[in-house]
Design a binder for this molecule. Structure first.
Ligand code: THU
Length: 157
């Protein structure tokens, strides 16, 4: 038996000003995307923005439904839309932001497991790393690849 360790490096920024121009733009797009949330049940508004390999930005927001499992997270709304609009382009980066009634959380919002699995698939599809930017009002986290938020990724059988 051997004990193994998984090390994950990520980047923490104190404010949007510390981000690169490109990342800051995407983070701001995610904040703007929160306006598209339809969350009459949780009142938690989540916005996501994806930068495609052709430079296009695709936004998404969570969409809830009276039949709860029929709703969808912001990240998957954005990824499925991006996949449908630009099937031949890769998703280079995805930013997300969330908050109750549109007020950004202090800590960065983090993606659910199902969204991470979908990110993994689109990253594998493009063959290039997809970075993930999680935005909070007190700090921002950036992960360089989906593997860093979903260790031991399920790929294919
Ligand atoms: N939600 C997202 O949009 N993304 C996540 O990664 C986690 C949760 C949404 C789903 C639901 O509409 C609301 O946040 C509360 O869970």
């Amino acid at each position: 038996m051997a004990d193994k360790k998984i090390d994950i490096t990520y980047h923490e920024y104190a404010s949007l000003d510390e981000l690169s121009e490109q990342d800051r733009q995407l983070a701001n797009e995610a904040i703007l995307a929160m306006k598209g949330a339809y969350a009459p049940y949780s009142h938690f508004h989540v916005g996501a923005a994806i930068r495609m390999s052709n430079g296009k930005i695709v936004r998404g927001a969570n969409q809830e439904n009276a039949a709860f499992p029929s709703g969808l997270c912001a990240e998957r709304t954005a990824m499925f839309s991006a996949g449908a609009q630009y099937p031949d382009k890769g998703m280079e980066s995805l930013a997300l932001a969330g908050g109750v009634m549109g007020r950004l959380t202090k800590e960065p919002a983090t993606p659910c497991g199902a969204c991470r699995q979908v990110m993994a698939q689109y990253q594998a599809k493009s063959g290039k790393p997809m970075s993930i930017i999680m935005v909070g009002s007190s700090k921002i986290w950036k992960f360089d690849r989906v593997d860093d938020i979903l260790p031991l990724i399920f790929d294919s059988i």
